[in-house]
Design a binder for this molecule. Sequence first.
Ligand SMILES: Cc1cc2nc3c(=O)[nH]c(=O)nc-3n(C[C@H](O)[C@H](O)[C@H](O)COP(=O)(O)OP(=O)(O)OC[C@H]3O[C@@H](n4cnc5c(N)ncnc54)[C@H](O)[C@@H]3O)c2cc1C
Length: 345
Amino acid sequence: MLDRASEPATGGSGAAGAFISPKLGKGGELLKLTNLAFEIASKFYTENFPKYFDKSGIVRLPKDEKDEENFTLYHELVGGKLLNESELKEFGIKNERVGLYFQDGGVCDAQGLCKALIKDVEFRQFEVKELKQEQGVWVLHSSSGEIFAKRVALATGHEGHEFLKYMGIRHVWGSRGDFYSDADIKVCMHKTVSVSRNKDGIIKIGASHVKAKSAIEACQICDGEPLKQLIEKASEFAEILNLRLKETFCGMRSGSHDYFPLAGKVIDAEFMLQTYPQIKRGYKKAPIKYIDNLYVINGVGGRGFVFSPMLAQQLKALIFQGREVDSRINPDRLFLKWARKLGRG
Ligand SMILES: Cc1cc2nc3c(=O)[nH]c(=O)nc-3n(C[C@H](O)[C@H](O)[C@H](O)COP(=O)(O)OP(=O)(O)OC[C@H]3O[C@@H](n4cnc5c(N)ncnc54)[C@H](O)[C@@H]3O)c2cc1C
C-alpha cells in the first residue's frame, strides 16, 4: 500500500465521522445497495475490528415535517424500530416526535480502524507522480524512485487519476469535530448532521458539506469556524450541553456522478476513442477494452466506511477469482455516457 502521506487515513478517510448508518428512502437500487453494504460493514467490523467499531445503534430522525410523514414507509422498506417521543428522550434526543432505531449502526474510530485494517500490509510513503505500463509490468514513478507491480488498484480518493477521467469523480469538502462532554447521550443519531453517543466522555459531531475545489477555498468559505453550523444543527435535536472542543478534522469526500460507488476494472478510454470514434455519437456496440491489471475503488461519497467492506470483497473476488463485480458498482456504466458527452462538445 502506497500513500504520499506517512501514515494511513490522512485523506477523506481520516476526516470522516465514520458513522455506520443505513439509507432511508422510498425504494430504488441505491437504497438496496447501500443497505446491503450497511449490513456487510456492520458485520465485518463487529467480527474483525470490534475495538474500533462502537456498535451503539443509530437513530435516524426526520429532516423536516414532510420527511416525518414518510417514516412509516421507511420502516416498512428499511426495517429498524420506530421510536416515539418518550423513547427518543430516553436516548438523549429532544424536540423530535418519531425516529427509527437501527441496532446494527454505530460509529468507527476512523484512524484507528484504518491503521488496524492494514496492520499486516506493507505500507510505504510514496507519492506516485507517474504510472506507466512497461512490458506488462506497472512502473510507479516518484521523486524518490520507482516501484514495480503486477497489478495496481487506484484508491486515490477525490484526486482520481487521468485513467479514471470517464468516471467523473467529484468532491465535497467536510468537517467533523470531537468534543469533550458529560452529556448523557446513549446512541448515535442522525438528522441533518450526525452525533455519536458519549463514549469515554467524548462525542463526535459530523459533518458539514462545503462545495469547494480545494482546502484553501474551503477554509475561506468556513471563515475559520468549520464546526459552527454543525454544533447549531446538532443542538436542535441532541442534549449536547457543555461541549469543549478536542479536535477538528477536515477533508474531501469523493463521489461519483450517479452516487453509486465505483469498484472494478478500468476501461482504456484513449484506445476506445481512437479505435471507435463513433462511440462519441452514441454507438454502443464497440467491444470494451480494459487497461490490463488496473483496478479502481472510489466514489464512496459520504459513506466510505459503509461501502468499503462490500467494495473490497467485490474487488478481491474480481482480481483473484475473475468474478465480475455487481453491475451497480461497475464503473463501466459511466463510460458511454461520458464518451457521448465528449461528442456533444
Ligand atoms: C468530513 C467527512 C465526513 C465523513 N463522514 C462519513 C461517515 O460518517 N460515514 C462514512 O461511512 N463515511 C464518511 N465519510 C466518507 C469517507 O469515509 C471518506 O470520504 C472515504 O473514506 C474516502 O476514502 P478513499 O480511500 O476513497 O479516499 P481518501 O481517504 O481521501 O484516500 C485517498 C488517499 O490517496 C492518497 N493519494 C492520492 N493521490 C496519490 C498519489 N499520486 N500518490 C500517493 N498517494 C496518493 C492520498 O494521500 C489519500 O491518503 C466522510 C468524509 C468526510 C470528508
